[in-house]
Design a protein. Sequence first.
Length: 188
Amino acid sequence: MSTHLAVLAAEESDHNPIIPTAYDIVWSIVVLIIIGFFFWKFALPAYRKVMDERSEKIEGGIARAEEAQAKAQSALEQYTAQLTEARVEASRIREDAQDQGKQIIAEMKTKAQEESDRIVAAGSSQLAAQRQQIVAELRGDLGRTAVDLSEKIIGESLSDEVKRASTIDRFLNELDSVDAGAADKVGR
């Protein structure tokens, strides 16, 4: 064995340990080619497939995100348009309500004025009728009183109906002319 060891030691001394032997290099190349072939034939297509799927998912996600963003922007614009339209509609309704309120107030004022005019007219006609009635009653009373006073002053009876009527009419006409003159002075 010592001879055997001596042969090995002699072989090793000729061989550089940094450089591999030729058969190691050949078998390493063969194994590398086999591994490279399997890698190129099976692993690389699977890797490319996974990478393509990921890139499609990413691109699809970006496209979906852009689409969703476009839809959101469209919805925002639609909402803004509807909000603007609603504000315009509310403003129009408010103006219509104000116009209707003004119209109702005007109608109520007109009706109130008509009612007031009617009440005043009814009061005036009633007052005129009462005035005429009072004037007629006062004329009768005043006429009788005037006749009684005249009879007392003259001392004779004014029983004759024609004389009595003419005296009363003359007296009342004088009173009317005095009242008309006084009313003209008050009216001025």
